[in-house]
Design a protein around this ligand. Structure first.
Ligand code: GDP
Length: 321
């Protein structure tokens, strides 16, 4: 991939896609195409076909998806499976038909079995049942990575797939119902501090663990893989460390300087108990994450406060494109 090559970032307004665009610009790539969902509805096959025929991108980062936290995934499961299948079917098939040189499909750590051994190695895919609260999303993402593998097998396409762990950072979704835990806690603690609230409600028991990767690290890994990884087998992107939700809540409490109490609401689901990715494979290629969780939370909190009105006016924002 050269700095003048035509690169399409699908999902450039989302958390992952916007970080990929920033990283591409930072590294001197000049020929980036991006369309908002109002300009190009990626679920519409004929619209996507027209776009690829006209633009003929050489490289594609497929970061467009309908995404959301535990509540959104569980509640809007029909939309999560249908929209994600449609988006990726259209982009992957048109990338093949229009001679895209290389495509990176971004999946998620929720593709792995609910009770997978930890840390989760890439070969554990499809060895057991999925976590029910995000099964719809996971099935769509598994179909996406399989599409890439079968297009490689049958047509020789250079379509690769990477599975990032839970992401956070600038550009996240702060809608309290639909977001993931880290942005939700940043918003809850910040608003509790401002309004002098006595306590903050944390969903679930606080005992599940999650691994949190700063999206700037994930974008850096995405470019690294686009340049250096050729194999159709999936590859994880993570930090190799995890924290309980209770630990995370204390970290966010510290960064936001909130002085009140935490209350764990165990009527809300915990979801999968642990989801730590093995990063042996990507580390062996020469990449590792560089942003410490506490530093990442600090800079994410600053970005949230600086852009508070924008973030909190978002309604139901969980379509990325
Ligand atoms: P998951 O990784 O797909 O389960 O998605 P989430 O990031 O939404 O949730 C991770 C864990 O954080 C779950 O155990 C949630 O119950 C817990 N959690 C605690 N407080 C919150 C919150 O305010 N919002 C969300 N989304 N999750 C929370």
């Amino acid at each position: 991939m050269n700095t003048n090559d035509k690169i399409y970032v699908a999902g450039h307004r989302g958390l992952m896609g916007s970080a990929i665009v920033r990283e591409l610009l930072r590294k001197g790539y000049k020929n980036i195409i991006a369309k908002t969902s109002a300009e190009l509805d990626l679920r519409e096959q004929s619209a996507v076909r027209g776009f690829f025929q006209k633009e003929k991108p050489q490289y594609v980062f497929l970061a467009a998806a309908k995404v959301g936290g535990i509540y959104a995934n569980d509640t809007y499961s029909a939309e999560f499976i249908y929209d994600n299948l449609a988006i990726q079917n259209n982009i992957i098939d048109e990338s093949y038909k229009n001679g895209v040189e290389k495509l990176l499909f971004l999946g998620s750590s929720c593709i792995y079995p609910k009770n997978a051994l930890q840390p989760i190695r890439e070969e554990y895919l499809l060895t057991g049942p999925l976590e029910p609260t995000n099964e719809a999303y996971a099935i769509a993402k598994i179909a996406g990575l399989k599409l890439c593998q079968f297009y490689h097998k049958q047509y020789g396409c250079r379509f690769i797939s990477a599975m990032p762990t839970n992401l956070y950072g600038s550009g996240d979704n702060y809608n309290l119902q639909n977001s993931h835990v880290l942005p939700a806690l940043i918003r809850k603690f910040h608003e509790a501090k401002i309004s002098d609230a006595k306590n903050v409600i944390v969903w679930g028991t606080g005992t599940p663990s999650r691994e949190f990767l700063h999206v700037d690290d994930a974008a850096n890994a995405s470019l690294f893989l686009m340049q250096r990884y050729e194999h159709p087998d999936i590859i994880n992107i993570g930090v190799g460390k995890d924290n309980t939700i209770a630990e995370l809540a204390l970290l966010v409490k510290g960064v936001t300087a909130y002085k009140g109490q935490l209350i764990f609401d165990d009527t809300k689901p915990d979801g999968t108990l642990r989801k730590l990715l093995s990063v042996d494979k990507i580390n062996a290629l020469g990449w590792e994450a560089s942003i410490e969780l506490k530093d990442g939370i600090r800079n994410t909190y600053k970005d949230f406060v600086d852009n508070y009105d924008n973030y909190t006016m978002q309604k139901n924002k969980f379509v990325l494109s």
